[in-house]
Design a protein. Structure first.
Length: 206
């Protein structure tokens, strides 16, 4: 498992879409977020499962990945097949994981257990839950492979990019207390709303 790399891949994919992403702990209050990605959420106690279910039922859009929901807080395996604690929420059952030679890790034999669960991509399912949804990404795709997947999930969640196409993947936008920070992630100067942003520089707009 490469948890750190998987998390970075998702974060990069968000930036490439021109969408801000917060990195938060599992106990964070989730209803304020339109879309929540939980990469390789291996340990899922029943209380966390209930919180994630309530988040989706209340209108949030949860995205879980392979090797999620496997054990509880005591490191005991959830019985009945993967993804364990999240199986009913996602509307799927996975029999096994199989490593591949091309550096992907793909959850094989994903069975749909709810008629409402749909297949968005070969590696991605999505189930409507209450006013929200719960999606499952069963493979390590990397930022490029995640691009079309994330674009579709963002669109279905009603999340729109905050940066124009020419700046997506080049500029990271952060907003703190009403102040906008434009961070140039490239070595080249850019222009934002008529203002110059030097390579690796920061433009602050109050």
């Amino acid at each position: 498992m490469r948890y750190r790399q998987e998390a970075l891949d998702w974060y990069t994919a968000f930036l490439d879409q021109g969408v801000r992403a917060d990195v938060i702990p599992v106990w964070t209050d989730l209803p304020g977020y339109d879309l929540v990605v939980a990469p390789i959420l291996h340990m899922v106690p029943s209380a966390l499962r209930d919180r994630l279910t309530a988040y989706a039922e209340g209108g949030g859009n949860l995205v879980a990945t392979y090797f999620s929901g496997i054990v509880d807080e005591n490191d005991h395996v959830w019985l009945g097949g993967c993804p364990g604690a999240l199986r009913e929420l996602l509307g799927i059952r996975v029999e096994e994981f199989e490593p591949r030679l091309d550096d992907t890790l793909r959850a094989e034999r994903v069975h749909l257990t709810d008629p409402a669960t749909e297949v968005l991509f070969p590696e991605v399912t999505r189930r409507p839950v209450g006013d929200g949804s719960a999606a499952y990404v069963s493979a390590r795709l990397g930022p490029e492979g995640l691009a079309p997947v994330l674009a579709e999930l963002l669109a279905r969640a009603g999340v729109e990019p905050e940066l124009p196409p020419g700046l997506r993947g080049k500029v990271e936008l952060a907003i703190r207390g009403g102040v906008r920070f434009h961070i140039n992630r490239t070595d080249f100067p850019l222009v934002i709303d008529g203002a110059d942003l030097p390579g690796r520089g920061v433009l602050i707009v109050e």
